[in-house]
Design a protein around this ligand. Sequence first.
Ligand code: FES
Length: 176
Amino acid sequence: MAAVKPSDYTNQVTVTDEVAEFSADVMEEITSHLEKYPPDRSRSALIPLLFLIQRERGYIDNPGVNFLAKFLNLEVTDVWETATFYSMFNMHRVGRHHIQICKTLSCKIMGEPDITDHICGKLGIKPGETTPDGKFTVSLVECLGSCGTAPMMQIGFDYHEDLTLDKVDRILSECE
Ligand code: FES
């Protein structure tokens, strides 16, 4: 089976007016985020709510964005421009383990190309692709703010630093 490419999803996105719906429990959580900010600063809740949309819907999708625009009284484009600015938000479905390898200068000169080749070779995919079993997605991202311990990568919310090929093998073998 061929690796799944992001374009398999993004090229097929149909922009609709559909608005995501959430359970009462999730709505309570959404409202609790809003309560952390002054009423005239509700758009400050956008980033935590984008995380919540991603958790609930798997990625930042069109109905989720429509929901946030309506809920925070923003333009749909305001939500999309924030969501697409940060690499921590996914615009397509990713694997169970999302490997984000930093490709910026410090990591680049400390061995990122070898690390990327090693991981991609091992998984049989290219950056931007997901393994056919849906277990891993590999992305190349800009600086993750851990330049002093380059080369590094992020898997889910965890940072893995001072990478070597052996260390990468160990980390991947621990991914369930
Ligand atoms: S350059 Fe890789 S973390 Fe900053």
